[in-house]
Design a protein around this ligand. Structure first.
Ligand SMILES: Nc1ncnc2c1ncn2[C@@H]1O[C@H](COP(=O)(O)OP(=O)(O)OP(=O)(O)O)[C@@H](O)[C@H]1O
Ligand SMILES: [Mg+2]
Length: 274
């Protein structure tokens, strides 16, 4: 049994092979001790860890572990996931919306980090909690699905009153930018949470389409657990990315990119040895 683990700021992602099949598991980082115990109890032959908390996890594991640089693991994992979907792109941008957001250009089989933004999945949970008291990611997403941003976001058309705007009037001029003082007490959690997801989605896609200009491709591969079962965030990111002339792609199991990359390194080693 081989195990690839991506221990990030919020979640530990595990990809492991058992009788030739790949399995996935995800746990909160607070459970790092029990994840280590689980792995220590498995008939594991090799482990490769990556992510910001990989050192902490490695120190809790009983068997020797290989450590991999996070960006390399993610890059390799994305390559593997795209190939599994039958997709072969020579160049593309990777936007990893994890706790924070990191943007990479992949070309000629190597990756270069172009930048990022502190607006990410951590912002999604943090702001949502401050505004509504809700702590569960699934609950946040569930409520947001039913909400409208209409009363909270200020659109370009709201500023250009009685006048043709120079850009689409439907674009957001200011997230949370409407005059909210008079209505703040009557806004529902659905409205507030939909607007938080709008803010995160529009920010990460805006930064990504700008970064795409530095990369020889307009394909943007979006990964990270912020998109897990989060159709609304995908929808916001998809429509803004397309509007700005790029093509969004959400690989299956994209949140496991780092873990899949770590597992693939172990698999490749086996191929070299045999
Ligand atoms: N069950 C969950 N619990 C908490 N957050 C979740 C959950 N499922 C999805 N998320 C979202 O995914 C985000 C974390 O994404 P991801 O796992 O890709 O980041 P990470 O690898 O832990 O962080 P980083 O890469 O920045 O170190 C959270 O901030 C949250 O928005
Ligand atoms: Mg991560």
């Amino acid at each position: 049994m081989k195990v690839g683990i991506d221990a990030g700021g919020t979640l530990i992602k595990v990809a492991y092979t058992d009788e030739g099949e790949v399995h996935f598991a995800k746990h909160p980082i607070a459970d790092i001790g029990s994840v280590a115990e689980w792995i220590n109890g498995l008939p594991v032959s090799e482990v490769c860890v990556t992510g910001g908390k990989s050192g902490v996890l490695a120190s809790l594991l009983e068997q020797p572990v290989q450590e991999m640089v996070e960006f390399e693991a993610t890059h390799l994992g994305v390559q593997v996931l795209l190939e599994r979907m039958g997709l072969h792109h020579e160049a593309y941008l990777v936007t990893n919306v994890g706790t924070g957001t990191s943007i990479h250009c992949v070309q000629d089989n190597s990756q270069e980090r172009l930048g990022g933004t502190g607006i990410g999945g951590g912002t999604l949970i943090g702001l949502s909690h401050l505004l509504t008291g809700i702590t569960s990611f699934d609950e946040i997403v569930e409520h947001a699905k039913r909400g409208s941003r209409e009363r909270i976001d200020l659109k370009v058309k709201h500023i250009y009153e009685g006048k043709e705007p120079p850009i689409s009037g439907e674009l957001t001029a200011s997230n949370f930018g409407q005059d909210l003082f008079a209505i703040s007490h009557e806004l529902s959690k659905e409205e507030l949470l939909a607007t938080v997801i709008g803010l995160v989605g529009e920010t990460v896609s805006t930064v990504s389409v700008h970064a795409a200009r530095q990369c020889r491709s307009s394909t943007i591969v979006y990964i990270g657990s912020s998109f897990s079962d989060n159709a609304l965030l995908k929808e916001v990111v998809t429509s803004y990315t397309i509007l700005r002339g790029s093509t969004p792609l959400f690989p299956d199991n994209g949140e496991y990119s780092g873990a899949v990359g770590a597992l693939s390194v172990l698999e490749q080693k086996k191929e070299h040895q045999s």
